[in-house]
Design a protein around this ligand. Sequence first.
Ligand SMILES: Cc1ncc(COP(=O)(O)O)c(C=O)c1O
Length: 399
Amino acid sequence: MSGSALYETFARAPLAFDRGEGTWLVTDKGERYLDFAGGIAVNSLGHSHPHLVAALTEQAAKLWHVSNLYEIPEQRRLGERLTEATFADKVFFTNSGAEALECAIKTARRYHFVKGQPERFRIITFEGAFHGRTLATIAAGGQYKYLEGFGPKVEGFDQVAFDDIDAAEKAITPETAAILIEPVQGEGGIRPVPTQSLKRLRQLCDKHGLLLIFDEVQCGIGRTGKLFAHEWTGVTPDLMAIAKGIGGGFPMGACLATDEAATGMTAGVHGTTFGGNPLAMAVGNAVLDVVLADGFLEDVQRKALLLKQGLAAVADEFPDVVEGIRGIGLMLGLKCAMPNTKVNMALRDQHLLAVPAGDNVIRLLPPLTVTDEEIGEALKRIRGGAKGLTDAIAAEAAK
Ligand SMILES: Cc1ncc(COP(=O)(O)O)c(C=O)c1O
């Protein structure tokens, strides 16, 4: 037996946090870290946000769980608020992002089934995508490292190169049901899909009777400075998976659909025990109270610019460490000129937490509530980390 009772599936940093305060995390040894990892875009309102703490504790004292055998008024309310704020007419609540994607995939397949075309079940996806770790979502993501050893890949996913819309068009067959895409790839390395490309995908879907599915699990809920990233493009999907930020740290997700796309999701065809339970719904509603408050998202946009400009200056000053800056809103990536794991370690030494991503990128995903001062402090630490790495390269060269 190895040292731990836990599956060895995670390469964990040797840090254990005892508590969080806004953008800060405090270890069990009392050391403070500036949290620009945000639980991988989950802690949308930082740690211990008073409005979320109040919502959760009030609900915890009243009612935790009843199951979807009964009416859950807070679920109805959150569903109505999400549909009022988006393209969607219908919502199904889940516990995670992968389950929200599973619901979207099932909804798309059922749609064609009830329209008398059960042969249309295939979904086109894009290289670098990440849609979760269930059997269907690793097939959708198409990454060999997540598929290896887990038996036959779930049938029905056809992958084309990132942002290759011509290839997507060529991949459409009489069996195609939908196109699934993250408007901004997260795990894939903070890669926004150009507006023109999303517009073309919408046109392709309309022309061929396909459903367009957006995965906004990571880029949704204010992360890019709009409630949802696709709002920057004017393109709306038929289905959308969300999670992460909507719970602010409480595990929850949702699949949003137009009435038309949800046609096949009739009584009994899908379900969940925990999804949409009163605790999750209390927190989800509380997150929306803050994110939809007047001026909140505009302030996210302002702060994002501040951070991006500061990062661009770091990239200019330390080109051997940071090659460039990419991303939108508070979903920013440092494209590294050296292994991103090394850069991440250097940032952690500066007590700044970030997240490595694909394409040799470091993700910065601070809480949307981050202050100007904290952005300044983070930039100081990133500069410090980059300088240390640059000095080390110079010292090595001088040997
Ligand atoms: C874009 C995207 N989709 C889906 C998922 C899966 O979400 P979960 O880990 O909650 O199942 C993630 C998680 O990182 C994600 O970033």
